[in-house]
Ligand binder design. Structure first.
Ligand code: SME
Length: 167
């Protein structure tokens, strides 16, 4: 697991970092139609850019489960059931989950004991159906807030959702 050494960037710095991530992805993913390749690009650029991220990856909806997709960090759990853990809650509710203390989240799945906080953002198709989730863990408590949620929602809508508007 990448150890966050520089802490959580201040709000304006974080907004700027997310803007830069979007600019990089626009170039990197231009013309790429394969969904796994697009997820891999998003994970790589985000994980490299954000100092408060320690595990960054996608889980894809495959039948009755979430199955792990492209990720960076320590080995993640391969499969997560409907409604299970933070990822399953995002899948079930269709809403982003911002968890300041994973140990206080009922049913949290601890893939890495060092993880302290987590954000999970659903990826939806044009009909609003959840097709995947983006999961980010941090070793820092309360590493994520509404700024991260809004930025990640917009990045996945633009670069990962099927039927996305651009690129
Ligand atoms: N903590 C997640 C499981 C996936 S790992 O963090 C990579 C959860 O509770 O859904």
């Amino acid at each position: 697991m990448k150890q966050a050494t520089t802490g959580i960037p201040a709000e304006e710095t974080r907004r700027g970092l997310y803007r830069e991530v979007g600019e990089k992805l626009q170039g990197l993913l231009a013309g790429e139609v394969d969904s796994i390749a697009r997820m891999a690009g998003v994970v790589s650029v985000l994980h490299g850019a954000m100092p408060h991220y320690d595990w960054t990856g996608f889980y894809r909806v495959v039948g009755p489960e979430l199955v792990i997709g492209p990720y960076q960090g320590t080995p993640g759990c391969a499969r997560i059931g409907w409604g299970r853990g933070v990822c399953g809650a995002a899948w079930k509710s269709g809403e982003s989950q911002v968890v300041a203390d994973v140990h206080a989240f009922p049913g949290h799945i601890a893939c890495d004991a060092a993880s302290a906080s987590e954000i999970v953002v659903p990826v939806k198709d044009a009909n609003g159906r959840v097709v995947a989730v983006l999961d980010v863990d941090s070793v820092l408590p309360a590493a994520f807030d509404a700024v991260d949620a809004a930025a990640l929602e917009s990045l996945v809508a633009m670069y990962v959702s099927p039927d996305r508007g651009m690129c």
